[in-house]
Design a protein around this ligand. Structure first.
Ligand SMILES: Cc1cc2nc3c(=O)[nH]c(=O)nc-3n(C[C@H](O)[C@H](O)[C@H](O)COP(=O)(O)O)c2cc1C
Length: 376
């Protein structure tokens, strides 16, 4: 039972000891200027000791200047940053410690695009096109071509820093309505130049990052992406087109795709679906992962509502995906993977109440399930 879950597999030559990935999850355990803290180190060591095969950090900013100028507030959650060379040296002890505990670690990098809070920069957020953000009454500013080129360089330089810091891989955040997903979505990208229109043009932002990133990190370094496979917005990205995007970007050098969907601001189906209380509700991105796996050649990571060991095992045995990724269950139970490995196979305790997500920009990450909302 469960043997496939604990079989090793690899991502572009990086051996992962089992099939469990800790999905990128904003911990709010960075300093105000984006460096890792002691609590972040302790969390990652705990996950590594508890048999998580690959840890993906929370999203680190590729353009963090405006964020870092925010007034420091004790107890508030800040984002990681990887937009300057000075961050490279911060990670050695943490990464060495994770490796010593048998796990691998990748860093996720992001630009928040049209979903950036206008208060942060004091101006409209940037996006491929000036499509209003439905529930925020914000109209982003369309990027110029030189700005897009500069942003490609920012992402690529951040990939280089992630490699130089010692991470085993880098993961582009290409989901959830942030900048990269703004480019691939026909809802948020209505450009008529080479970055808009056809699937190929909307994927160009990623292919340029992959190509320039590859120049900087070399042939063997894994470039991963977490990518929307459906925006769940009328007129947005859908599965069939996401398969096309995946083909284009893997040809351009992307080595692994984590399948996600939904956006923070506009879509009906949220990224982290609440109330996963029966097996039929689990693995809610299964059809999307399956479609990518069928067409593609790179390892696929399935995230979203995975709670029961037998369900997870089936995903792997049926070839839906190569790895499974967990976020909320590991907030509730950082020792979950070890518990399962030791044969205690009850499903994850997480009840998907999403209170962890409610507070994610205000305070460090933990499970608030038992606490009344107003007091949490
Ligand atoms: C508190 C919280 C923070 C998150 N932060 C990130 C993030 O930084 N990057 C990301 O790609 N996804 C983020 N997610 C989404 C998760 O990685 C995951 O895709 C989603 O929660 C579904 O998986 P689950 O059912 O295992 O929780 C976050 C989710 C939660 C609940």
């Amino acid at each position: 039972m469960l043997s496939i879950l604990f079989e090793p597999s690899s991502i572009k030559g990086v051996q992962v000891k089992n099939r469990f990935v800790r999905s990128a999850t904003l911990e709010g355990m960075a300093t105000a200027d984006g460096r890792p803290t002691q609590s972040l180190k302790e969390l990652y060591f705990r996950l590594a000791e508890a048999e998580v095969g690959l840890i993906v950090t929370s999203a680190a900013l590729v353009d963090g200047d405006a964020y870092k100028k925010r007034r420091y507030v004790e107890g508030r959650a800040y984002d990681l940053a990887m937009d300057e060379d000075r961050y490279v040296e911060d990670w050695k002890e943490l990464i060495d410690g994770v490796h010593a505990r048998g796990a691998k670690i990748a860093m996720q990098i992001v630009h928040t695009g049209r979903q950036e809070n206008p208060k942060i920069r004091g101006s409209s957020p940037i996006a491929p096109s000036a499509v209003p953000v439905t529930n925020k009454e914000v109209v982003p500013r369309a990027m110029t071509v030189p700005e897009i080129e500069e942003m490609v360089e920012r992402f690529a330089q951040s990939c280089r820093r992630v490699m130089e810091a010692g991470f085993d891989a880098v993961q582009l955040h290409g989901g959830h309505g942030y900048l990269i997903s703004n480019f691939i979505s026909p809802y948020t990208n209505v450009r008529t130049d080479k970055y808009g229109g056809s699937t190929e043009n909307r994927a160009r932002f990623i292919t340029e990052i992959a190509t320039r990133g590859r120049d900087l990190v070399g042939e063997d370094y894994p470039l991963m992406i977490k990518m929307n496979c459906d925006d769940f917005i009328e007129g947005g990205l859908v599965k069939e087109e996401a398969v096309g995007v995946a083909e284009i970007i893997t040809d351009a050098g992307i080595d692994c795709i984590e399948v996600t969907g939904g956006t923070v601001s506009d879509s009906q189906l949220r990224i982290a679906v609440p109330g996963i209380n029966k097996e039929e509700k689990e693995a809610y991105f299964q059809p999307y992962a399956q479609a990518l796996k069928r067409q593609g050649s790179v390892p696929v990571i399935l995230v979203g509502g995975l709670r029961t060991p037998s369900v997870i095992e089936k995903m792997l045995e049926d070839g839906v995906c190569d790895f499974v990724s967990l976020s909320r269950p590991l907030i509730r139970e950082p020792e979950l993977v070890r518990r399962w490995k030791q044969g205690s196979l009850e499903k994850a305790e997480c009840i998907s109440c999403n209170k962890c997500g409610l507070y994610m920009f205000d305070r460090p990450l933990r499970c608030y399930a038992e606490e009344p909302l107003e007091d949490a």
